[in-house]
Every structure is written in C-alpha cells, then in structure tokens.
Design a protein. Structure first.
Length: 161
C-alpha cells in the first residue's frame, strides 16, 4: 500500500508512534468486529491506537488495548472502551500471522484505522522493535531529507525570480 490513503478511504486514526518504535516489515488489511456504539464513536474519530497491539489465540486474531471512547450520545448500554476486538482475516492469513509472530522479535502492530466503502478496516503491520541507535539513525535520516528538500526549494525559488 502507498503512504497516502486511496480514494474512498477516510482516515479514522493512525498510529504514528508505531513508525518510530518499530521497523514495519509487512502490511495487511483486516476487518474488525465492532459494536454499534463503537462504530459511531470511531466515525467521530474517537479512537486511540497508541498502546494497542494484535495477537492470535485459538486461530483467531484480536486487537488488544485499542481505546475507542464511549459514544457521546450513547446510554448505559455503551461499550467498554478497552475490550478485545476480533480481527476479521482469512484462515490462511491467520496461519501466516501465527508463523510470523512466533519468530523472534516480531509483533503485530495496528498502523491505522480507516473507513473503506462504509466498513471500518485496520491496517496491521508485522513489525520488529527498533533499538535506540536505530531510532536515532532514522531521526538523523529524516532531518537530512528535510534539510535537502528545503535547500532545493530555496534554490528553486531563487532561480525563478
């Protein structure tokens, strides 16, 4: 998938911290089983993916620690904000995830949650945790790219005058 959302997708939440903390090796799209008030709350953008992670138990995939705030117009039947939510994947994909997550140091991290054709989807990343020096190297590379872009932009502006 590209870095930008495709046409017809509305971003609900993104996990920017995941890109800082982990090296994303592979991405996949999954549906998510939500209650009615969770869907309404997610459509309002009241989702936090920061501390959440995916896991596979009994050949079923789950999203844990994903905080979906209670629906603002809900009643006492509102949902539990941190309840485990089932991820909807094909059996073949789940088996592959079991193999990948059992590898040393690999984990399942939600990268973003979005609306696609009226359904809420989660983009998951199979990720490996970065060491401190890797994080510093990534920051250094980003800073160099930023400086190079601004220098090119500045030079382009001077030449167009």
């Amino acid at each position: 998938m590209s870095g930008k959302a495709d046409a017809g997708e509305k971003l609900v939440a993104s996990n920017r911290k995941a890109f800082h903390e982990y090296e994303i090796l592979e991405r996949l799209e999954a549906g998510i089983s939500l209650l009615g008030t969770e869907v309404k709350s997610a459509r309002e953008g009241r989702v936090n993916l920061k501390e959440s992670f995916g896991t596979v138990r009994n050949e079923e995939a789950f999203l844990l620690n994903c905080h979906i705030s209670p629906y603002s117009h809900g009643n006492r039947e509102n949902h539990d904000p941190l309840r485990p939510r089932k991820l909807l994947l094909h059996r073949k994909e789940i088996r592959r995830l079991i193999g990948k997550t059992q590898e040393k140091g690999l984990t399942l991290v939600p990268l973003r949650m979005y609306l696609k054709r009226g359904k809420i989807k989660v983009e998951l990343g199979i990720a490996r945790g970065k060491k401190l020096h890797d994080k510093r190297e990534t920051e250094r590379r980003k800073e160099m790219d930023r400086e190079a872009r601004s220098a090119v932009k500045e030079r382009h502006e001077r030449s167009s005058r």
